[in-house]
Design a binder for this molecule. Structure first.
Ligand code: ZN
Length: 283
């Protein structure tokens, strides 16, 4: 198979995966909210028998209901769900009500396509390319969800930790298991420590538990020597992002900046350039 054919295949696959990514980004936080509401309601029902019955018994998960316009409920036919092309064809608007479709959806599809191409380019048609494309995909989804909701779902961060350890054990990351294990442990404790100090000094929550788990996952995939460059790159990109948002008026003073997207950016960077660890460690 020629190289360009393989890369085109990777791009097409990436577009489809990106399309699914948009569904995850949109629905996973809402699925979590529903789960919490259900648990709270069950608990209330136990406390007082007169608790109101559940309102939202219709299934809501990644597969159901089918894709629809959030404004008018218009069910999307297959030709309105083609990655990027449908967005262009519809000129970014719902065909039924004209509500603008966010630019996030086509952008995410293109980003995942770029990711798949880059992974096949870097690792060839190897299982490593698949593994790292998976890591990059989950990082993109986590960055979007954290940006929107300040949540980093356990259902994504925890599997990313385990899979990192397993990927090392079967030889996909090129690390020894010690580096991977201590990457996860120290990654978690590092941000937990920063969090505790911040809490002691300011009395405020500086970051969420999800951030500890995300750095633990990156530590598992990239090894403990990557932790210092990860935190440095994440801090710098988080700071730049924060300044830009403040200047543009999108971030109010005192509002927390989601650290997850910055960690994801740092992880994505080091995923493709691990040999730069050594250079960083000289500082
Ligand atoms: Zn609509």
């Amino acid at each position: 198979m020629s190289q360009s054919l393989v890369l085109t295949g990777a791009a097409l696959l990436g577009l489809l995966l990106g399309s699914f990514g948009q569904v995850v980004v949109h629905r996973l936080p809402r699925m979590m909210e529903r789960q919490w509401a259900r648990e709270a309601r069950d608990w209330l029902a136990e406390v007082e028998a007169s608790a109101p019955p559940p309102q939202d018994s219709a299934p809501y998960n990644l597969a159901r209901p089918g894709s629809h316009c959030p404004a008018c409920g218009h069910q999307l036919p297959w030709y309105e769900m083609i990655p990027v092309l449908s967005y262009l064809f519809l000129r970014g608007r719902c065909s039924a009500c004209g509500q603008a479709i966010g630019w996030r959806s086509p952008l995410l599809e293109l980003a995942v396509a770029g990711l798949c191409v880059a992974c096949v380019w870097r690792w060839g048609l190897q299982v490593q390319a698949l593994a790292w494309a998976g890591v990059g995909f989950v990082l993109l989804i986590l960055a979007c969800i954290d940006w929107d909701t300040q949540l980093l779902p356990d259902s994504l961060t925890l599997p990313l930790i385990w899979s990192g350890l397993i990927a090392t054990a079967v030889g996909w990351t090129g690390l020894d298991l010690q580096a991977s294990l201590w990457g996860a442990v120290v990654g978690y404790l590092l941000l937990w420590g920063v969090h505790q100090m911040f809490l002691a000094v300011t009395g405020r929550q500086g970051m969420g538990q999800g951030d500890f788990k995300l750095l633990a996952a990156l530590g598992a995939w990239l090894g403990w020597p990557a932790l210092l460059p990860l935190v440095l790159i994440a801090s710098v990109s988080g700071l730049v992002l924060g300044v830009l948002l403040r200047v543009s008026g999108r971030l109010q003073p005192g509002e927390p900046l989601p650290f997850g997207p910055a960690l994801a950016v740092a992880g994505g960077f080091l995923m493709f350039w691990p040999e730069r660890f050594d250079a960083w460690l000289w500082f």
